[in-house]
Design a protein around this ligand. Structure first.
Ligand code: SF4
Length: 623
């Protein structure tokens, strides 16, 4: 057994209820580490191209990394993978909390599902045992009710990840929710769970994750906890406020999209009311994921709409998606929006973007009260915003259409709605504006899961990495070079994600954090250069998956206003246009992907040991 791994996959065929264990090939760990890296490699090989994302042949995986459940600080992450029903591309999302640790302690690194169950089921895992159980009584319950049932009926030490009504109703922006608010939200994989009639996975166990060198691992924990508590990188930011501390700054500096990406902060008077102190007034508790020394998140309690709401504190992405995007500076309503998304199981980024899109359609008369169930959907009206969000979550009225994202809604409304639908490849953009940081424009377009902000940007590199590059949003008038820097940043991020640690821990320690822990935990020497190479391999397999699906991200239309076409006339990013063609060209050259289709070149795939994928892809090209 290799340190860091339980060396067990479980394959579950939901159509006939059969289950099979697999001992993974050690080369899979060596070459892809874990998480979505391993997921991409496996699904490329074992899932044929062209499957219907909501059909029986889509493979849905839940995968941990080798550092998940080890003493590595922030070693809490677990990933969900599959073909995305939102974009038709490679799909992945990851989350923190306690579920990944429980999955490993139950004896499994990963669980993969195929088929469709005849009736709702959940998978129960405990100490190497796996059982498919009836979930008919849970179907229709929201994610809070599901979590409460798990704790009451299965035990307080059982951790679950599952879907709410949005996933059950196949909303393509549905998330997988754990612990009432730790969300694997992007790519719409909650709908894939719903399509399989899989309500949740519940896991508990007493096994421990094997460590090749327990003494060295313990010493490393001390070293890196000290880095975190002494304020390396972004450590103080994550420890003191977490991401909500950025909300007012993001609005004021032009990073947060405002009024559905159509205006600057000049159109959002009162944005200062989003300062962290206002959110703190409603704080119920400060919280942490399993054994995490950062403890970046918390819960809030607030009276809103005649109800007492207790919910996870909105992260920056959520506060911006329902805040600046809709011209809303009312924190209690943001807590409620977060609460609704977590209850119903929705991606808060996509859901907020959908509501902002609907507000703009309403303003221009493309939809009216007969579409909204009588709700007057006006900018800045937080009550209307939350009332409409509930309709979206329940798939009622126009919310039914929007539950599948802005791209599909705009297609139905016609060309007049298209400029308001801010997405790439079908996925709504996150709350960081390419006009503020142009490099984001490249990764939004070219990452295999389009519209993602956590995969790369030149600043998403841990301290100690030896290269010079401009910081986030600095010197954006000079955009040359950014496309090049993204390669290193994305490769490092892919390996960090695959290892099972949190982006916030990675950015709060030196870049040696991941390789040193991987060496001590696995017993295989691992360096920063290895991190770059494994990350490049992961990037190429994800990309190959998309190319094989017939996806050409190079020709995807970009949402013009988000790229400064035309530029904003006022505000901190006035006059900025993202030089996307030049940066994309730089990036494709750097990756060794063709300029016309982002097809990984044969020599690149072969250098990374992916000869079979090179043969497969290039044979399809007839070469
Ligand atoms: S940094 Fe925050 S999200 Fe990441 S593991 Fe720690 S508590 Fe969880």
């Amino acid at each position: 057994m290799t340190g860091g791994y339980m060396d067990r996959f479980l394959w579950v065929n939901l159509s006939d209820g059969t289950m099979q264990e697999e001992v993974p090939d050690e080369a899979l760990w060596r070459d892809f580490v874990g998480g979505y890296g391993v997921g991409a490699r496996l699904l490329y090989t074992r899932m044929r191209p062209g499957v219907e994302p909501l059909g029986p042949d889509n493979v849905l995986g839940f995968i941990t990394g080798p550092l998940t459940g080890t003493p590595a600080p922030t070693g809490t992450r677990w990933a969900v993978v599959g073909k995305s029903p939102l974009t038709g591309t490679w799909g992945d999302a990851n989350a923190s909390g306690f579920f990944g640790v429980a999955l490993k302690r139950a004896g499994y690194d990963a669980v993969f599902f195929t088929g469709i169950a005849a009736r709702p089921v959940y998978l129960y895992l405990e100490d190497g045992r796996a059982e498919l159980r009836d979930a008919s009584h849970l179907w229709g319950q929201d994610c809070y009710q599901m979590e409460d049932w798990v704790k009451a009926e299965l035990g307080k030490d059982v951790e679950a990840a599952g879907i709410g009504p949005a996933g059950e109703k196949l909303a393509r922006i549905a998330a997988v929710i754990h612990y009432k608010g730790r969300a694997a939200a992007r790519s719409g994989l909650g709908a894939v769970m719903g399509s399989k009639r899989l309500k949740m996975i519940a896991a508990r166990g007493t096994r421990t994750v094997p460590l090749a060198d327990p003494g060295a691992t313990k010493d490393l924990r001390q070293k890196y906890v000290k880095e975190i508590t002494s304020g390396v990188g972004f450590a103080n930011f994550y420890r003191e406020t977490g991401t909500p501390g950025y909300t007012p700054l993001g609005v004021l500096n032009g990073d947060s999209p405002t009024r559905n990406w159509g205006a600057s902060v000049a159109s959002f008077p009162g944005a200062e009311a989003l300062e962290f102190g206002e959110l703190l007034k409603h704080r119920l508790s400060r919280e942490s994921c399993w054994q995490c020394p950062i403890a970046c998140w918390g819960t809030s309690r607030v009276e809103y709409g005649g109800q007492m709401i207790e919910a996870h504190q909105p992260e920056y992405e959520t506060a911006s998606a329902f805040g600046s995007m809709t011209l809303n500076n009312h924190y209690p309503s943001l807590i409620r929006a977060n609460d609704l998304c977590n209850r119903y199981g929705l991606d808060t980024i996509s859901a907020g973007a959908c509501v902002a899109f609907a507000m703009e359609c309403y303003e221009h008369g493309l939809i009216g009260p007969s579409d909204t169930g009588g709700i007057e959907l006006r900018w800045g009206d937080h009550q209307a915003m939350n009332a409409f969000l509930e309709k979206l979550a329940r798939r009622e009225d126009f919310g039914d259409l929007l539950a599948d994202g802005v791209m599909r809604a705009a297609e139905r409304l016609g060309p007049a709605a298209e400029p308001f639908a801010i997405h790439i490849g079908g996925q709504e953009l996150p709350m960081h504006d390419p006009r503020f940081e142009p490099a984001l424009g490249v990764i939004y377009q070219i990452d295999a899961t389009p519209g993602r902000h956590t995969q790369a940007c030149q600043y998403l590199v841990a301290p100690g990495f030896p290269s010079k590059r401009p910081n986030f949003g600095v010197n954006r008038e000079e955009q040359k070079g950014r496309g090049r820097w993204i390669k290193e940043a994305s490769c490092l991020c892919h390996t960090m994600n695959a290892a099972g640690v949190c982006l916030f821990g990675y950015l709060s320690t030196h870049v040696t954090f991941v390789p040193e822990f991987l060496s001590a935990v696995s017993g295989r020497p691992f360096t920063v250069d290895d991190m770059l190479q494994v990350g490049e391999r992961i990037a190429n397999v994800r990309q190959a998956f998309n190319v094989r699906e017939g996806i050409n991200a190079v020709t995807w239309p970009i949402p013009k206003r988000a790229y400064g076409i035309p530029p904003l006339p006022d505000g901190p990013t006035a006059g900025i246009t993202v030089q996307i063609e030049e940066m994309l060209k730089e990036h494709l050259d750097e990756m060794g992907w063709t300029q016309d289709r982002a097809l990984p070149r044969r020599e690149v795939l072969e250098r990374l040991g992916l000869e079979d994928i090179a043969d497969d892809l290039w044979k399809r090209e007839g070469i």
